[in-house]
Design a protein around this ligand. Structure first.
Ligand SMILES: [Zn+2]
Length: 453
């Protein structure tokens, strides 16, 4: 580690308490995007924060959405550029009575920072600022160029961010990006993810009549619920294997290097079982088998199913319509359009061509980048500097995110991390918090990653 980096990491530690105070102010904005609350004032706060820390900042209006805040610090055109994406909006707070304190009265207690949005992802922006502050204090400026983009609608699916990106590809150009996320395992090891799964979300509908009928006609009238259930059972076997022909043919296979990292993972499947109160997983096995499946298996999930009468008492009806919402999680290289085509073909070939399929628009594609990308190497080395050990490296997360967007639309290889949360942070739930130790670790990780980029 260079002398400068050692000093920078020490500086992060010294300045962390002040950064946490600033974060309290930031978290006090009730920026719930689902309710369009406090967006202009939060954007203004972020703009000021970036400007005070040496960034050239602009707010970009979006067509009908809240402003995107964009800042850059170009120290030398010949140096590489790191892009950092976060969002300033947060999830709603209900059920409010389950919170131990006011979600927007940020506070530190028991070595933890509490408040809605502190971990997802207002705290992440703060560690980035803290890292930059430390570099500026020690060296006068960071060793690379930095760009920060903070949007205000991530928690409602970023409906206006795509148009911002398409219109501003030029300014977003960089040699690597970090995309929100970035958490820690319970025991403190940081985790980075080199991409995300994608989602194909479809509504499936069976309509067998124009109107509901008295169920005494069931001997002769078709039933859409049975019809849809029969169609659904052709999609997946009890072990979770998807039975649609050719479903897996594009799926990216694990590389030996990725598996080496997963073998060394500290992931504990028992902890998840206990947390959920689940006695057995779909296809059990040891920690490694479970983790491998969690990451590399495409999924087919019935998210909801409705038909007929389900209120109190009885109603003898033969319904006309049945609907199910299904999400297919796709691994990198599987594309929504192509998989949707396979699903249609499958249903037709099984005699279910009458089932109507309506895919949801704007779902996120799967994405992942190679472990040898500059941004990955910098994140791994930075973890050794900051934590004294390599991070958990997952080839992609089990959830969906905007990586594909940055990788493909802007052409910037992106990862998730470093960040402030851990697997008990209650993201999107009551009592959201992070551990102060992870905040300091994350900020050091960020500072070291900047130094190693
Ligand atoms: Zn979130």
């Amino acid at each position: 580690m260079s002398l400068a980096l050692t000093d920078v990491l020490a500086r992060v530690e010294t300045d962390a308490p002040k950064a946490l105070e600033t974060l309290k102010e930031y978290v006090r904005f009730p920026t719930i995007s689902a309710h369009k609350r406090a967006q202009p004032e939060t954007a203004a706060f972020v703009r000021r924060l970036l400007a005070e820390n040496g960034f050239e900042v602009r707010e970009y209006p979006t067509d009908g959405g809240p402003n995107v805040v964009y800042g850059e610090m170009i120290v030398d055109e010949r140096k590489p550029t790191l892009l950092m994406y976060q969002h300033y909006d947060v999830q709603p707070v209900d059920p409010l009575n389950e919170w131990k304190r006011d979600p927007f009265d940020a506070a530190i207690e028991d070595g933890k920072f509490w408040g809605r949005g502190c971990a997802d992802t207002k705290g992440n922006l703060m560690i980035q600022i803290l890292a930059v502050q430390a570099w500026r204090a020690v060296e006068g400026r960071p060793p690379i160029n930095l760009k920060v983009v903070v949007e205000g609608e991530e928690e409602v699916g970023s409906p206006h961010f795509a148009s911002f990106v398409h219109a501003n590809k030029e300014i977003l150009h960089a040699d690597g990006a970090t995309i929100e996320g970035g958490d820690h395992l319970h025991e403190g090891t940081p985790k980075i993810e080199l991409g995300c799964k994608g989602i194909l979300y479809v509504e499936m509908m069976s309509r067998t009549a124009k109107v509901d009928q008295h169920s005494s006609y069931a001997a002769i009238a078709p039933n859409p619920a049975w019809r849809l259930i029969q169609a659904l059972t052709t999609l997946r076997d009890p072990n979770g294997r998807i039975k649609v022909r050719g479903w897996y043919e594009d799926a990216r296979r694990p590389t030996a290097r990725e598996l080496r990292y997963l073998k060394a993972s500290r992931f504990e499947s028992q902890a998840l079982k206990d947390f959920w109160g689940v006695s057995e997983f779909v296809g059990d096995g040891g920690n490694f088998d479970v983790l491998r499946r969690l990451i590399y298996s495409p999924t087919c999930t019935i998210c909801g199913f409705v038909s007929g009468y389900i209120e109190e008492g009885t109603k003898t009806v033969n319904p006309a319509v049945a609907k199910a919402k299904i999400d297919f999680r796709l691994v990198p290289n599987m594309k929504q359009e192509r998989q949707l085509g396979k699903l249609r073909e499958h249903l037709t070939s099984k005699g279910f061509g009458d089932i109507e399929l309506s895919p949801a628009k704007e779902a996120l594609e799967a994405a992942s980048i190679s472990m040898s990308a500059r941004v990955v190497k910098a994140a791994i080395k930075g973890s050794v500097d900051a934590y004294g050990r390599e991070p958990e490296v997952w080839p992609w997360s089990a959830g969906a995110s905007t990586h594909g967007f940055f990788n493909e639309v802007v052409g910037v290889p992106s990862i998730s991390g470093p960040g402030v949360s851990y697997d008990g942070s209650n993201l999107h739930a009551p009592n959201e918090h992070f551990r102060i130790a992870d905040f300091i670790g994350g900020a050091k990780h960020m500072a070291a990653m900047i130094g190693r980029f």
